[in-house]
Design a protein around this ligand. Structure first.
Ligand code: FIX
Ligand code: ZN
Length: 415
């Protein structure tokens, strides 16, 4: 049954909402990770995006804010961004969307009654509720063996929830080697600060051990805009002499999230990271030099986006995903989705949530789908105007591809 142009809007919205989402990068955890799984109104309000926004309206010393309890921080942010000012930013609107999705009386503006709702939720049922409302098939966690609380869960064993896949996060190996090698030594790996052959072998053993423990979909690292490969710095050597080799041997892609300037404002702690334009040549070098490896990429600077799409067009072993962090705003989601469809067709993953708080998947996906839908209406309309026709089944195939299907295909390809 061929789709008529006037049917596109309604049909795209329907299909999009019926397409189970694969959320390829998040910071949420299944319930067996205990307090590492953040959820509920106070966690939503102290999200670091909102901390950064709220602290702009006060001369309160940063240390005073950090000395408050989480509830007191939430009270301050609620008053500053929602009561004293209209919640118009993307992150404040996100809190409203979550409350609305849960059927709470948003217009009442009653933080106490919202708190009461969450206090009466059971975490297992609440995960089911959130995943159902957001139509999540599964999320990929960020699993960091260098976080003591998380390492303990993996070492003690835990009951796995199939809706939470793992990703092995290895930033400290790449960006803090002078401190990290001491940790590896403590854990029984025979490493030195100097990246000798033995040390590189031991780094590979560490990666293999954690791949065996976690069964990750990919290995990942957030990397600075100054990333330069090849070079004689530790980051470059560990990437080329350890990560790329293990990635290929185990057929587990290396996800590089490039462009973060850590702690630009250290007083804001997690909210203090910023963005810088990276050089695309390092990525092009890796994709060209290691054609049998798979690289999953997102970049943080808007100024890197066009050249990233071109790089993905040149190298089939690059899979790009999401509108990351400072790009996860309607105006930029629209721009990135357009240029990616225009140059890659369906060959990328349109979005990820990066949710740090479970409830956020509801708003991050609802907001993104509003934008993606409008871009798709235009793109399908254009090909219908050119005389092409498309069936509902084909549109369902296309949508599945964009929301994680191509990611899974990429994981299964053998280059
Ligand atoms: O490196 C990352 O995974 C980033 O997404 C986070 O560090 C960042 O704080 C974030 O949550 C952005 O949305
Ligand atoms: Zn993240």
């Amino acid at each position: 049954m061929k789709v008529e142009k006037h049917e596109l809007g309604e049909l795209i919205e329907k299909i999009m909402n019926e397409t189970p989402i694969i959320d390829v990068h998040t910071h949420i955890f299944d319930k067996s990770f205990g307090s590492l799984l953040l959820w509920g109104i106070d966690e939503l309000l102290v999200y670091h995006y909102l901390v950064a926004e709220a602290m702009r309206y006060t001369d309160m010393p940063y240390e005073k804010f950090w000395s408050m309890s989480k509830r007191e921080q939430a009270d301050f942010i609620w008053k500053t961004l929602f009561i004293d000012r209209t919640p118009i930013s993307e992150a404040t609107r996100g809190v409203l969307t979550v409350l609305e999705e849960l059927g709470l009386e948003v217009y009442e503006r009653r933080l106490d009654s919202y708190r009461n709702y969450f206090e009466n939720q059971d975490v297992s049922n609440y995960i089911d509720t959130v995943f159902k409302k957001a139509n999540i098939k599964y999320v990929v966690m960020t699993n960091d063996p260098f976080v003591d609380a998380e390492r303990k869960v993996w070492e003690n064993g835990h009951e796995k929830d199939e809706r939470f896949k793992s990703a092995l996060r290895i930033d400290p190996l790449l960006v803090k080697w002078p401190a990290t090698y001491l940790k590896l030594k403590e854990w029984g790996y025979d490493v030195t600060e100097k990246l000798t052959e033995k040390t590189l072998e031991e780094i590979k053993r560490f990666l293999n051990d954690w791949i065996d423990k976690m069964d990750p979909l990919y290995m990942a690292a957030s990397l600075p805009p100054t990333l330069k490969v090849p070079s004689n710095n530790e980051t470059s050597i560990i990437i080329e002499k350890a990560i790329v080799e293990v990635s290929r041997e185990r057929d587990i892609p290396f996800a590089m999230m490039i462009g973060v300037k850590k702690l630009t404002n250290p007083e804001l702690i997690l909210a203090g990271d910023s963005v810088g334009k990276a050089n695309i040549e390092s990525l092009e070098y890796l994709a060209k030099t290691y054609p049998h490896n798979k690289f999953i990429i997102t970049m943080l600077s808007r100024e890197n986006q066009h050249e990233l799409v071109v790089a993905a067009r040149k190298f089939r072993n690059i899979h790009i995903f999401g509108c990351w962090w400072f790009l996860n705003n309607p105006s930029i989601i629209e721009e990135l989705t357009r240029e990616r469809i225009e140059m890659l067709g369906w060959g990328f993953t349109v979005q990820h949530s990066d949710a740090r708080v479970l409830d956020q998947v509801m708003y991050k996906w609802k907001h993104s789908k509003e934008i993606i839908k409008n871009v798709l209406i235009e793109k399908y309309s254009q090909i219908l105007d050119d005389g092409w026709n498309v069936s509902e089944e084909e549109m369902r195939r296309d949508m599945k591809t964009l929301f994680g299907g191509e990611f899974e295909e990429f994981l299964n390809r053998k280059f």
